[in-house]
Ligand binder design. Sequence first.
Ligand code: OVM
Length: 395
Amino acid sequence: MSDDPFGPTILEDPSDFHRNMRERGPIVYLSRYDVYGMGRYNDVHAALIDWQSFESAAGVGLSNFRYEKPWRPPSLLLESNPPRHDAPRGVLSAILNVRALKGLRDNWIADAAALVDELCDRREVDAVADIARVFPLRVFPDAVGIGRTGRDNLLPYGDHLFNAFGPSNELVAKGAHRIGELSAWVMAQCERAALRDEVIDGQPTFGAQIWAAADRGDITYEQAPLVVRSLLSAGVDTTVLGISAVLAAFAHHPDQWRAVRDNPALARVAFDEAVRWESPVQTFFRTATKDIAIGDHVVPDGKKILMFLGSANRDPRRWADPDQFDLRRNPSGHVGFGMGIHQCVGQHVARLEAEALLVALTQRFESIAMTGTPRRHHNNTLRAWETLPITLTPA
Ligand code: OVM
C-alpha cells in the first residue's frame, strides 16, 4: 500500500485505511516508508507477545537504532529487550501495582470531586482543556514528586516525543525548536535532588521510590533518572487522551452515561472500553530479529513492522460491533495498553485517575452532551483531541 499513515488525511480519520489494511491480509507492505504494517487483532497480539522475533531495542519508532542514532538516550523500558529491560521494569511494576497505589486512592477521589465542583457553575466546558488536561496534571506530577514550576512543559514534551516515533514530517518539525529546552527540563526533574522525598498519602513519591531502588541495588544509579524519565514521558499525554476519549465516548453515547450513573462500578470498565474504542496510543513499531514469514510476505531481518493497535482494537474478527462504545462488552484483551512484556506498566495509575474522575462526574451530572464541533489534534502516534466542547447538565 502506498498510503501515508502519518499524513493528515489518515490521522484525521484512520478507519478506512485500517479496514483496507485488515482486508489485504495479516501483513501489508507500506511502500512509502519501506516498512510492514499489521492491522488484525490476532496478528498484532501474537507479534506483541513474541518479543524475541519482534524486538523493541532497535526502537519502537520508524527510526532503526541498528543504523541511526536515537534522538534521546533510549528508554530502559520501552526501547529495550530482556535481560536489560527486566530490572527497570521490575522496579516500576512494584511501585505502580494496584496494591502500591492504594494510598493515593482517597486523595485522588477528593481531588476529582474538587475539580468537578469547580465545573458545576459552568455548564459549557471544553472536556479537553477544562477536565482531561487538568486532572492528570493536578495529581500525577505530585505523585512522581517533581517541583511545581515548569509543569506546563510536560504536555509539549510528550507531544513531541510521540511525534518523534513517526517519520520526520511537519509534525516533528513544528516541535523541533523547543525540544532541547524541554528535554533539559525533563532530565533535570529526574535527578534525586529535584524529587520530593517526604511521605505523601502514606508513601514516598514514585520518584523517591525509584531512587530508593537504586540504593538497594535493584537498578543502578545511572539507570534511576531514566526510569523517572519514563514516568514523565509516558504518563501524562496518554492519560489526558484516555480521559478525553472516555468523555467523548459518553458524549456520543448518552445511554452509556445513564448506565454508568446507575452503576458507578462500571467506571473502570468504561475507561478500558474507551481505551479500546479510541486507542490513544495508535501505533508502535517492532523490528524483525530474523526473516519472518507472515501471510504472503517474508519480513527480512532488521525491517520495521508497524503494529496498528487502534486497528486491532476495532477488528471485527475479534470484536462484535467494534465501533460501538458498549459497557456490556468485556474489553479485556484489547491492545490499547500493548500486550506482553512491554504492556503499559502505568495502566493502574491511568485507571485510578479515570475512575476517580468518572465517579465524581457521575455523582454531579445527569448528562454530558457534545455541544460544539470537536476538533482533532494530529500526532504521529497519538489519537488526540484538541477540543471537545460539551454541556454538563447538573443532576
Ligand atoms: C518511555 C516511554 C515513552 C513514551 C511512551 C512509552 C507508552 C514509554 O520513555 O519509557 O510508553
